[in-house]
Design a protein around this ligand. Structure first.
Ligand SMILES: [Cu+2]
Length: 186
């Protein structure tokens, strides 16, 4: 190759590299992952429509801005709210994807940071309905009910006490056939 052609090649490569950096800086990484992060509201980031917001401090709050209460009846005011059914394409990047079917949860174990907001994306892989619940009474309000082929999001606050927190499917008979798992809080 002529030296002059070499120079042209390097300039072209350099141009492509600069363009890639500009796209990365101005559009962020999400464009590469092709997934949303949610919607900013005055109270914080809502991972998917209907889900409780995550404040700037990284805590899941109510639409009134108070920290969610996690040992109450699911769905009540103050409890973490689950999203409307969403497409799997709309699972936000920060969510932990969890699939459930008669075969169990996949993955059946996931790890989170103590006291920090957690966003779960629960997808049903079969033609049944499933109900994500924790065993620990301190997390009784963290419940996500998902129908056949459906995906829902729920944001909640990980316990501040590290340890293993068991979860299961709350539909009668489902835990007994293996729909169980453990959230590890570090
Ligand atoms: Cu189930």
């Amino acid at each position: 190759m002529e030296p002059q052609n070499n120079n042209t090649l390097w300039w072209a490569l350099g141009g492509v590299a600069v363009a890639a950096v500009v796209v990365y800086l101005f559009l962020g990484t999400d464009i590469f992952k092709g997934r949303p992060t949610g919607v900013e509201t005055p109270e914080g980031l809502v991972a998917a429509t209907g889900t409780s917001p995550i404040s700037a401090a990284g805590i899941v709050v109510t639409t009134g801005g108070a920290p969610v209460v996690q040992n109450v009846e699911p769905g009540t005011e103050g409890a973490p709210q689950q999203s409307i059914p969403i497409s799997e394409d709309d699972i936000p990047v920060q969510a932990i994807p969890l699939r459930v079917s008669a075969a169990g949860f996949s993955p059946s174990t996931f790890t989170v940071d103590a006291g920090r907001a957690v966003t779960l994306a629960l997808t049903v892989d079969d033609d049944e309905s499933h109900l994500f619940v924790f065993e620990d009474p301190s997390l009784s309000a963290v419940v996500s009910g998902v129908g056949p082929g459906m995906t829902r999001i729920i944001s909640f606050n990980a316990p501040s006490t590290p340890g293993s927190y068991a979860f299961r499917c709350g539909v009668p008979g489902h835990a007994a056939r293996g729909e169980t798992g453990v959230m590890i809080v570090e």
